[in-house]
Design a binder for this molecule. Structure first.
Ligand SMILES: C[S@@+](CC[C@H](N)C(=O)[O-])C[C@H]1O[C@@H](n2cnc3c(N)ncnc32)[C@H](O)[C@@H]1O
Length: 221
């Protein structure tokens, strides 16, 4: 995997950045701080791997390279490593990434855990047997995710839909919530192995999500 181009916290010193880029960078640093604080306080995701992943192992490749997008403390990345995948996980929060590294060490698992901003982190091309993306929505990443899959590679994606607003917790901004049918449209180029939109039972009660497991066609270069 490429090393990250853009280290959080290293931007203040660059006088050549135009104003909008600087404002964007500052906003991202604020977001990173916010996530770091959440992870320090333990206000985050459960430790268990996502049920969508665990219950659908027969749909996944048996091993190879896996990429966990916005992995948090790595509940899914570590699970995949325990299954024998060679896992890279990327997350904006250095605190979450460090927690993941420590967990991996405790569990005797090997994982490449990177702190990087996915708005600026180039995904590899055609290298991944499996990509997982849980509870992170960056629409601009869609073409890169598809291109990062090997032919025959599988994507597992789950995040909140706009219907989550009725439950009063989770993301509030439409930018972070899927519209009806949107996840299917985003990955229309993949063969659909599983698709579901609706309310499921989560660790905090009911939640409105869209879930997709899709495969890049074997003949697709
Ligand atoms: C709701 S958590 C989901 C974590 C993990 N995927 C899981 O399901 O347990 C969203 C994650 O996205 C990360 N994140 C937010 N913006 C990001 C960015 N621009 N680049 C990389 N990670 C980002 C946060 O640090 C956080 O860990």
């Amino acid at each position: 995997m490429p090393s990250h181009r853009w280290q959080i916290g290293g931007l203040d010193a660059n006088p050549l950045l135009p104003y909008t880029a600087l404002a964007e960078a500052e906003a991202m640093q604020d977001a990173a701080k916010e996530w770091d604080e959440r992870y320090r306080q333990g206000r985050t995701m459960p430790d268990e791997p996502a049920a969508l992943l665990v219950k659908n192992l027969p749909l996944l490749p048996k091993g190879g390279k896996a990429l966990d997008i916005a992995m948090g403390t790595g509940r899914n990345a570590l699970y995949l490593a325990s299954l024998g995948f060679q896992v890279t996980g990327v997350d904006l929060s250095a605190v979450a990434v460090e927690k993941c590294r420590q967990k991996a060490e405790r569990l005797g698992l090997s994982i490449e855990a990177l702190a990087a901003d996915l708005e600026h982190y180039p995904l590899p091309t055609g290298e991944c047997d499996l990509i997982v993306n849980f509870y992170y929505l960056q629409r601009s990443l869609t073409p890169q995710i598809v291109a990062a899959l090997k032919p025959g590679g599988v994507l597992v994606f789950e995040t909140f839909t706009i219907d989550q607003l009725q439950f009063g917790w989770g993301p509030k901004s439409p930018g972070n919530l899927l519209r009806p049918g949107e996840l299917r449209e985003m990955f229309a180029g993949l063969e659909t192995l599983l698709y579901h939109e609706g309310v499921i039972q989560g660790d905090r009660g009911p939640k409105a999500v869209a879930r997709l497991i899709g495969r890049r066609a074997s003949g697709q270069a």
